[in-house]
Design a protein around this ligand. Structure first.
Ligand code: SF4
Length: 106
């Protein structure tokens, strides 16, 4: 967990019960891969490819994506950093504004 995770994201995770599906997460122990040092506004796939590959093989991707998008429904505490459910921070920021998950650029 990097310092940026210690804001609203961390508080959200603390106050929400840990979902049962997380026991099957393919990214367990892969924090460095899932949180690449990339600007949140980056629209490219390449910087996130390693993390996206982990998500593509994850048996609980659908549950994870539903969970991370649900954080937006309660306002505040949005998971703004890293790859979750096969989505990047930029994709989720667009989703928050439009309800659409955009395609990544190359
Ligand atoms: S979909 Fe990705 S972020 Fe979510 S649990 Fe699976 S590997 Fe982790």
């Amino acid at each position: 967990m990097n310092r940026r995770m210690l804001g609203n994201d961390a508080l959200t995770l603390v106050f929400r019960p840990r979902p049962a599906w997380m026991a099957d997460a393919a990214c367990a122990g892969a924090t460095e891969v899932m949180y690449p040092a990339v600007r949140e506004s980056d629209r490219r796939r390449a910087p996130y490819q390693a993390a996206l590959d982990v998500c593509a093989a994850c048996p609980v991707r659908a549950e994870c994506l539903a969970e991370v998008l649900s954080y937006d429904d309660i306002g505040g505490g949005t998971i703004r950093h890293g790859v979750w459910g096969g989505t990047t921070p930029w994709q989720r920021s667009v989703w928050r504004r439009t309800g659409q998950l955009p395609e990544l650029e190359c």
